[in-house]
Ligand binder design. Structure first.
Ligand code: ADP
Ligand code: MG
Length: 618
């Protein structure tokens, strides 16, 4: 049945244009700016940061539904401006003359009026060089007027009964727990970019007491790099242990930050934080950049942890893309890409042999009886941590399982390890002592032991070497004394011959050899003795799987990875101490050798102190 009050039911010929009231306009804006309580918290903190506050105290009651209160010690609002502050499109941050030069977080002048239209808003403020404070109230769009207030400094904004008059919005809110989590994450994100500002966040229910959720003092330059200090405070020491610092500047664009080791990953992008000129943004450009920078170092579906700060001239970006101001447009995305990717890749290559210590830590906690699963994570992070360590347990347990085999499978090294050069202990991966289960190298470092998965490690080394030779256009191939004829299905042959040139560039020469066969004349030298039949079959299978149209680059990476699997050191190869040490030294200088081609760690370290703790000596 048509509803006569619904304008859509009015025939177009009878529809006339009318002006919306100020309240309706603000409510429409609120629809975009204030999606949930956390968005109001974000806008209020941004206002305090723009006012140069160094302390920001946030209180929420009932997940922000009943009260959101943000107090700061910033410059305050002049009493004559209070009315304008809650008016739409009134702002102190830009003027008609400098629309394209935005240096503040706010600029649209719609946060406060939006809040006043969907709740009860009180703004109490004392202008920095005034000796009196004033307050203004707006209740569901109705201005209650300006009157004197008691306040020593700064500004306190209180927003009560958010969305109580817009039940549709209220219905979309999630549980109190989820909304509080969103608020917490907004505060943490803003705190990352403003280390010199101190923050506190208290949360409570309507009746219960307030509880402190977060508290961070302003980080001082005299204690070190404030950004590093703040990130350590937010993520605990785990963050710095598992990340690598990067820094680069190019044509006026400067990036810096911390990127996770490829073994420190999550299964969602929520641990990737990007800031441009202090503004936290969620941008596909950056998500793609990170994927590009890590390339084959992390398996698909996994996302490295990263915090990135970019500074660039304001004319290079357009921040006015989205009402929530979380997206921006770059004038030269190519430049942004170049700076960022090279900064991350250089940092990763520099620290390439490291694996995430959290992987080793997860192992330690598994081995030691009665210790909690994760000792390093604080509870408010526990639900954010994922994959990086837990995802690896499978392979660690596999190693455990083999340990249950009879002692006979113990493989003493061909040469006793104890005569090794004492200086070898100083190497990051130590001096090889023995090989166990024909696949694990046990090595001694100055203050612990290292376990290396020789197959995974060798595979990565071969992969990196092949990649380098391929990109340099100088494959190091070995001619077979007798060319080998390999019989394959016609489909497989066609697929292989399609990339014949690329294979040749890898040092693998394959030619047609009558019906149903190919002839292999050269193979990459690094592979040693291999079964050509298995190698070609695997490559052909790899080429067949996946999407039909694939970029050559990606395809060749897969081929390289497949070839690397066929390298001569596999699990089951017995290695001498010299061979093991050669492998360790090579790992130390090879970029990305900390994880295999499938993203698993290639080695783990147990510190002596961990061992002593496990035996109850500490
Ligand atoms: P915008 O931040 O886009 O300017 P808002 O509606 O958030 O718009 O705020 C309107 C104006 O109120 C700001 O431009 C600023 O002058 C003033 N204001 C708001 N919050 C504060 C604060 N905490 N301290 C000082 N001034 C503030
Ligand atoms: Mg604002």
């Amino acid at each position: 049945m048509p509803n006569s009050s619904n304008p859509a039911s009015v025939p177009p010929t009878e529809r006339r244009i009318g002006r919306l009231s100020e309240v309706s306009i603000n409510q429409i804006a609120a629809g975009e700016v204030l999606e949930r309580p956390a968005s109001a918290v974000k806008e209020l903190i941004e206002n305090a940061i723009d006012a140069d506050a160094t302390r920001i105290e946030i209180t929420v009651v009932n997940a922000g539904r009943n009260l959101i209160r943000v107090a700061d010690n910033g410059c305050g609002i002049a009493s004559d401006d209070l009315k304008l502050a809650v008016e739409r499109h009134a702002t102190s941050k830009i003027s008609d003359a400098n629309l394209n030069d935005i240096r503040t977080l706010g600029f649209r002048g719609e946060a406060l009026p939006s809040m006043g239209s969907v709740g009860q808003l009180t703004v109490k403020s004392r202008w920095h060089d005034s000796d009196r404070a004033f307050q203004i109230e707006v209740d569901s769009g109705n201005l209650v007027g300006v009157r004197p207030a008691a306040l020593r400094e700064g500004t306190i904004v209180e927003l009560r009964q958010l969305f109580s008059k817009t039940p549709a919005r209220l219905k979309f809110l999630r549980s109190n727990k989820a909304e509080t989590r969103a608020i917490n994450s907004v505060v943490r994100t803003l705190a990352m970019a403003t280390p010199k500002v101190g923050y506190s966040l208290h949360s409570g229910s309507e009746t219960g007491r307030l509880q402190r959720v977060l508290s961070m003092p302003p980080e001082s330059e005299s204690d070190g790099d404030p950004f590093r200090l703040r990130l350590t405070r937010l993520f605990k020491s785990e963050f710095l242990e598992n990340t690598v610092a990067f820094e680069r500047e190019l044509s006026g664009v400067a990036v810096r930050g911390f990127c996770g080791l490829p073994t420190y990953v999550r299964s969602a992008t929520s641990a990737q934080h990007f800031f441009v000129n202090g503004r936290g943004i969620r941008d596909r450009l950056f998500l793609g950049l990170v994927r590009g920078a890590y390339g084959d170092l992390v398996s698909s579906g996994k996302h490295p942890v990263i915090v990135l700060f970019m500074e660039c001239p304001s004319e290079m970006i357009d921040v006015n893309v989205h009402p929530a101001k979380t997206e921006i447009r770059f004038r030269e995305p190519g430049l942004i890409r170049a700076v960022t990717i090279s900064a991350i890749q250089d940092a990763l290559a520099r620290e390439g042999h490291r694996t995430a210590p959290s992987v080793s830590r997860a192992m330690t906690s598994r081995l030691s009886p009665g210790r909690p699963e994760s000792t390093a994570a604080n509870p408010d992070q526990a639900d954010q941590r994922e994959g990086g360590s837990t995802g690896r347990h499978g392979s660690l347990l596999d190693a455990d399982a083999t340990a249950a085999k009879p002692l006979g499978s113990f493989e003493p090294a061909a040469e006793p390890g104890s005569v090794a050069d004492p200086k070898a202990l100083e190497h990051p991966l130590g001096a090889a002592r023995m090989q166990v289960h024909r696949n694990y190298i046990v090595s001694q470092t100055a203050d612990g032991i290292v376990l290396v998965d020789q197959h995974a490690a060798a595979e990565r080394l071969v992969f990196e070497e092949l990649k380098k030779a391929y990109h340099a256009g100088k494959p190091d191939s070995r001619a077979l004394l007798v060319p080998e004829v390999v019989e394959l299905e016609q489909n497989d042959i066609d697929r292989l011959l399609e990339v014949k040139e690329e294979l040749a560039a890898l040092g693998l020469t394959v030619d047609r050899f009558g019906p149903g066969a190919v002839c292999v004349r050269q193979i990459p030298a690094i592979l040693g003795e291999v079964s050509c039949k298995d190698l070609l079959q695997d490559i052909a299978d790899g080429l067949g799987a996946g999407e039909r149209v694939r970029v050559l680059e990606k395809r060749m990476n897969d081929v390289l990875s497949t070839i690397a699997c066929h390298g001569s050191i596999r699990s089951g190869s017995v290695l001498s101490v010299n061979e093991m040490n050669a492998l360790l030294r090579k790992m130390e200088v090879t970029p990305h050798s900390g994880q295999c081609n499938h993203g698993r760690p290639t080695w783990l370290e147990l510190k002596l102190s961990d061992i002593e703790r496990m035996f109850g000596r500490r």
